[in-house]
Design a protein around this ligand. Structure first.
Ligand code: PLP
Length: 378
């Protein structure tokens, strides 16, 4: 099997990640409130510190762990709006994933916000288009850092600078960028940055979180046990307890720290360079056949979205899997407005590479796609 569906969830996980899960389950967890044992490790604090230094996100307590990127976006968006009495104007983009669009459309339907969707040109949303969409009552913009279909990284520095000049809160969905490109939140005009554990960070599904610069800007919307300040019937308001409830997925968090350490030890730049070289190779090979439409010839992330003339994207995916053992993803990739713009809403085939994709695998994939395209009925 050649697995090229890493933008959905990365596989395989490094052996160190698998070992971290086993190790975390071999002793009772330490550091969960009133645990009296001194054996074992405090995985939660360790992972918080590890991500804080990997993402330049200070202080570590402003990193909150959740179930995934979608959960993080829901907490942030609903918590931000909970603190606003009047209806306000919110911005997002046509590049965004349903994890951003659906919570915002829900609040738009309820009349809690007025939503504007900024279109993209080529594969990017321009800072000028963002500036032109700002109104006197715009309070929030939520947008993706990297498109999960087009593989383009957005200029969040320029966009964030404009938004901050207008006093607008900026939340960024980093589901496709964390672990793939360097992110230094210390120097970025971003108020909240969302990450997921199971993609580029090489952890497991059901882990993720967010960094929030100013905790007071978002009201807590979930309450319960934290293992701290237990006599109080009100949920603690300090970080990270303000947003964290119940028992953590500590084997998952141990895996997340191991994934981040794996990337740091190998070197993110080396991983990026290899991914870039292999992605360019595949695109150049596919470009040789005029019947293959590639939706972004120069992605910043190792993601290739394409269709073959005369074949449905589902059929291409089926043939790739059954005849060649190549696993990609087909259809709509949870980003309906991207598909509306690029493929008329029909969807496309997406191949996404990882740290362990080999040059030999890329050669096999290029040959397979060429063979399928040559045999298609136009
Ligand atoms: C851009 C983007 N945002 C959000 C998500 C949702 O991530 P999660 O599975 O962690 O909720 C994904 C992945 O599916 C994504 O590609």
């Amino acid at each position: 099997m050649i697995y090229l569906n890493n933008a959905a969830t990365s596989w395989p996980k490094p052996p160190e990640v698998q070992a971290a899960i086993t190790k975390s389950l071999s002793l009772p967890v330490f550091g969960s409130g009133r645990t009296t044992g001194t054996e074992g490790e405090d995985y939660i604090t360790q992972t918080r510190e590890c991500l804080s230094s990997f993402l330049g996100a200070e202080p570590p307590e402003h990193i909150v762990f959740t179930h995934n990127a979608t959960d993080s976006l829901n907490i942030l968006i609903s918590g931000f709006l909970a603190g606003k009495k009047d209806e306000c104007h919110v911005l997002t983009t046509a590049l965004d994933h349903n994890s951003v669009l659906r919570p915002l459309f829900e609040y738009n339907e309820q009349g809690r916000i007025r939503l504007s969707i900024i279109p993209f040109k080529g594969s990017s949303v321009s800072p000028e288009a963002v500036e032109a969409s700002i109104r006197h009552d715009t309070r929030l913009m939520v947008m993706t850092h990297g498109s999960n279909v087009l593989g383009s990284v957005q200029d969040i520095r320029a966009i964030g600078t404009i938004l901050h000049d207008h006093g607008i809160c900026f939340m960024v969905d980093g589901a496709q960028t964390a672990g793939h490109i360097p992110v230094n939140l210390k120097n970025l005009p971003v108020d909240a940055y969302v990450f997921t554990g199971h993609k580029g960070l090489l952890g497991i599904p059901g882990t993720g979180g967010f960094f929030l610069r100013d905790p007071e800007s978002v009201s807590p919307v979930r309450f319960g046990g934290t293992g701290t300040d237990s006599f109080s019937l009100m949920h603690p308001r300090g970080m990270p307890e303000r947003f964290e409830i119940g028992t953590h997925n500590y084997p998952g968090l141990a895996a997340l720290a191991a994934g981040v350490k794996f990337i740091s030890d190998r070197g993110l730049h080396g991983i990026m360079e290899k991914a870039e070289r292999q992605t360019t190779f595949l695109i150049n090979e596919m470009k040789k056949d005029a019947n293959i439409t590639i939706y972004n010839n120069q992605p910043d992330l190792p993601i290739i979205a394409f269709n073959i003339k005369g074949l449905k994207n589902d059929d291409v995916g089926f043939i790739l899997a059954r005849a060649y053992g190549i696993i990609g993803r087909t259809g709509l990739h949870c980003a309906p407005l991207v598909h509306k713009a690029i493929d008329g809403g029909e969807g496309c085939v997406r191949l996404s590479l990882s740290w362990c994709t080999t040059d030999e695998e890329c050669r096999i994939v290029a040959d397979a796609i060429q063979e399928i395209a040559e045999n298609a009925n136009y």
